[in-house]
Design a protein around this ligand. Structure first.
Ligand code: HEC
Ligand code: HEC
Length: 368
């Protein structure tokens, strides 16, 4: 009995399984049928055949007209490349220089903006760097007490590339001259301008340098006014401020602030010179004391001294008997930016003073 009932149960389960299987097959067949009916008519096929299912050109057409047209177009394009590419290549160098010029022009424009508005260099050094004056209060370095209110000459910058390299100017701008109205502008000296702005303002300064003839003529006119030296270098202006050409050169611009004193030696070598209260001539200031025959001791011959003043040595090079250049003075007879013709940014005739004027001022210094 036990066995029989198990068999009946097993049969029932099999029957259910078969019925279910048949039902599933039926459903599957119906689904396929439906799908086939749906799939027969493609969507949109009744409107137009897809491009890849259209009949293409016949061989006749494909191998004549179509082929010729394609080859012709290829030839035209090849010619375009063959002509345009060399033309493009030919124009490349000028395109590069134009790009460099455009960059430079942008820098000059930005520098001019710094010069006039940003840092107001113009308010002291004059428009276009012609030189000017700055109101300044001198205080006691020890106590900070008020000493005097003065007008301090700000040297012309339209010849600054006659005497300094861009590196030297960068140094001056970075740290300023703390004893004077000239503040520190660069970050290294705690100033407000960025490295980029300093380099831009220097590009601007380079762009405003005056031609050599203009500078030489202006210096000569000033010397004619204050000295009018005769053949032996003695001044002939009646009751004039100077005895010799050398003294007049040393003090160029002292009486009338010509070029903000840029061409003078006194502004650095005589205390009080820049604000019209010159003390001992050549007695020392920013530059060393030259009195009591110190220059004859430093430079055994005048020629050595002329060479030093003309082409001021690079910073940290020694000169004379016991001199060491600090890079602060600048060249007065050789333009340091015109020495190497390959990298020159100035012309060799753009110099502060002529060799005769330098010889005269050196003779004056050796007499102090
Ligand atoms: C407040 C006035 C003032 C301002 C502003 C000023 N300067 Fe000066 N600058 C001077 C004075 C004054 C001197 C001369 C200091 C001395 O007696 O050594 C000087 C010196 C210089 C020198 C050295 C020139 C030389 O031959 O010895 C340079 C370069 C210079 N300034 C550039 C600039 C530039 C660029 C700016 C603007 C970023 C500027 N200065 C802003 C007053 C000023
Ligand atoms: C911007 C300031 C400045 C101006 C302008 C200047 N000097 Fe000097 N000069 C110096 C400094 C600073 C030294 C010291 C050397 C150094 O620091 O490199 C010096 C040194 C000298 C020395 C050597 C002195 C020694 O005993 O070692 C002579 C000579 C000299 N200057 C002549 C001149 C003559 C000439 C002029 C004008 C044509 C002139 N200087 C204009 C700043 C100046």
């Amino acid at each position: 009995m036990h066995i029989t009932s198990t068999l009946v149960l097993a049969n029932a389960a099999r029957t259910i399984g078969i019925v279910l299987g048949v039902l599933l097959l039926l459903a599957f067949a119906i689904a396929i049928l439906f799908n086939m009916r749906k799939g027969r008519a493609e969507v949109g096929s009744e409107v137009e055949l897809a491009a890849n299912r259209k009949p293409y050109l016949d061989d006749e057409e494909l191998e004549t007209k179509k082929l010729d047209r394609t080859l012709g177009a290829g030839l035209v394009l090849l010619a375009v490349i063959g002509i345009a590419l060399p033309l493009y290549w030919l124009a490349e160098p000028s395109r590069q220089t134009n790009a460099v010029d455009a960059f430079k022009e942008e820098a000059i424009k930005r520098g001019e903006n710094v010069y006039i508005n940003g840092a107001q260099c113009a308010s002291c050094h004059g428009p276009n760097g012609v030189g000017g004056v700055a109101n300044y209060t001198i205080t006691d370095p020890a106590t900070g007490d008020y000493v005097a209110a003065v007008s301090w000459r700000a040297p012309a910058l339209n010849t600054v590339m006659y005497r300094y390299t861009p590196e030297q100017v960068t140094l001056i701008l970075n740290y300023g001259r703390g004893f004077s109205p000239m503040p520190a502008w660069g970050a290294p000296g705690g100033g407000p301008l960025t490295e980029q702005q300093i380099s831009d303002v220097i590009e601007y300064l380079i762009s405003i340098q005056i031609p050599a003839e203009e500078s030489t003529a202006a210096v000569q006119a000033e010397l004619d006014k204050t000295c009018a030296a005769d053949a032996s270098g003695n001044c002939t202006v009646p009751g004039g401020p100077y005895k010799t050409l050398g003294e007049a050169v040393f003090n160029l611009g002292y009486t009338d602030s010509f070029a903000g004193g840029a061409y003078s030696c006194g502004r650095c070598h005589t205390k009080g010179w820049s604000y019209g209260q010159a003390q001992v001539p050549g007695g020392g200031g920013f530059g060393p004391n030259m009195t009591n025959g110190s220059e004859i001791r430093q430079f055994p011959t005048a020629a050595q001294q002329v060479a030093f003043v003309s082409a001021y040595p690079k910073a940290q090079t020694s000169y004379g008997i016991q001199g060491l250049s600090s890079g602060r003075m600048g060249s007065f007879g050789v333009n340091p930016n015109a020495v190497d013709p390959k990298t020159a940014i100035m012309s060799p005739d753009q110099v502060m003073l002529t060799q005769d004027q330098i010889a005269a001022v050196v003779a004056y210094e050796r007499s102090l």
